[in-house]
Design a protein around this ligand. Structure first.
Ligand SMILES: Cc1ncc(COP(=O)(O)O)c(C=O)c1O
Length: 414
């Protein structure tokens, strides 16, 4: 991206941005929740739409001068509806956690019972963790993955639902590598009269591309972030059945938020336009192919993957048999220019700040154009770096190889 004013006006911030560009270009991004947006998405975010207050919704605003913000927001909504086959979409949530807060606010009263996947089994903080608003305000009961298979134990989910009679069941994950059985969740929810809420923040792009099953036609309400596999700006949206449209919209505004960020909504619209193109379908296919190839190579090199593999864009690898914790692995990999995020494993004996696993994902490296054959090299560097963790010369050599490799795959938007 070209900067015409920042270098003279604010050199400190300009330099930090340039340094980050360099870090991103020379390093390898394996954090499963990250991606690179296109130049048009960046341009929309940097537009004068930032200047506009537009509380309300298209056609019903509380400020004047909305003829163009209405165009932008309406296009974003229509494209999102088409992408996910959704009856109603609210594109205003500022990010994933606020979107989930709006859903709870729309459907529940404080103290209501909700089922959600436990954090160390792959769930998200906003799915009922005690230190998060969700766990503080609502009465969450957590379900888990089967300790032997690593898959969500649907029989157990049913057992818990029948016993607890929740008002809502949340299905979704931050660190789970298998398809979610949306129909089974719906069946269980119908048995106990619970609302169904899917949080597809992670696999949304793969779902939009038709590579994974879509819960939007089945579930009452679905949230997603727009910055992960959807490859859009940081933000979120809520999709729901038409009959819930009013309560969802009211929960977002005036319930929780004030003015929507129309420059971000414009960037969401641009990203959704990209998501509707055939090239994005190819991208989503490749994300999964790369993840499967990566998982195979980890297995070949003796790493233990939770559930034994992946159906999507990510995998959680238990580092215990390699003699390092997840945090240690994260620090070692940082030294060779590979960014990852430590992760708990199911029933982790270690605390969340120093858990046993690492989560790896392929959305970002696939955007750069890598293919299955590259995964062997990447996993080789990861394995070598962990083995050579006390050998600074070897680590410096790996870092150089990673940098050379990454510079061969330019980042869109840089
Ligand atoms: C499943 C899930 N939901 C919600 C969120 C929260 O999104 P944000 O960080 O945009 O608040 C995340 C973020 O990683 C997530 O993985």
């Amino acid at each position: 991206m070209d900067y015409n004013y920042l270098p003279q006006i604010d050199s400190d911030i300009f330099q930090a941005i340039k340094n980050e560009e360099k870090r991103q270009s020379e390093g390898m991004e394996l954090i499963a929740s990250e991606n690179y947006v296109s130049a048009p998405v960046l341009e929309a975010m940097a537009s004068v739409l930032n200047n506009k207050y537009s509380e309300g919704y298209p056609g019903h605003r509380y400020y004047g001068g909305q003829e163009f913000t209405d165009v932008v927001e309406s296009i974003a909504i229509e494209r999102a509806k088409k992408l996910f086959n959704a009856e109603h979409v609210n594109v205003q949530p500022l990010s994933g956690s606020p979107a989930n807060a709006a859903v709870y606010f729309a459907f529940l009263k404080p103290g209501d019972k909700v089922l959600g996947l436990k954090l160390d089994h792959g769930g998200h903080l906003s799915h009922g963790h005690p230190i998060n608003f969700s766990g503080m305000l609502y009465n969450f009961v957590q379900y888990e993955v089967n300790p032997e298979t690593g898959y969500i134990d649907m029989e157990k989910v049913r057992e818990i639902a029948l016993r607890e009679k929740p008002k809502m069941i949340v299905a979704g994950f931050s660190a789970y590598s298998r398809e979610i059985e949306w129909e089974k969740f719906k069946e269980i929810a119908d048995e106990v009269g619970a609302f169904t809420f899917a949080d597809i923040a992670h696999p949304a792009g793969l779902i939009a591309a038709g590579e994974l099953k879509n819960p939007v036609p089945i579930f009452d309400v679905v949230t997603t972030t727009t910055h992960k596999t959807l490859r859009g700006p940081r933000g979120a949206m809520i999709m729901c059945k038409e009959r819930f449209a009013k309560q969802v919209d009211r929960a977002v505004f005036p319930g929780l938020q004030g003015g929507p960020h129309e420059h971000i909504i414009a960037a969401k619209a641009v990203a959704f336009g990209e998501n509707l193109k055939p090239e994005f379908k190819e991208y989503a296919k490749q994300v999964i192919k790369n993840a499967k190839a990566m998982a195979n190579e980890f297995t070949n090199l003796g790493f233990r993957i939770i559930s034994g593999g992946t159906d999507n864009h990510l995998m959680v690898v238990d580092m215990t048999n390699k003699g390092v914790s997840g945090k240690e692995a994260e620090v070692i990999l940082d030294k060779v220019g590979i960014s990852v995020s430590r992760s708990t494993i199911p029933n982790d004996p270690n605390p969340p700040m120093n858990p046993s696993g690492v989560r790896f994902g392929t959305p970002a490296i696939t955007t750069r154009g890598t293919k299955e054959e590259d995964m062997k090299k990447i996993v080789g560097w990861i394995s070598d770096a962990i083995e050579a963790r006390n050998d600074d010369t070897k680590l410096a050599q790996i870092k150089n190889e990673v940098k050379e490799f990454c510079l061969g795959f330019p980042i869109p938007g840089i």
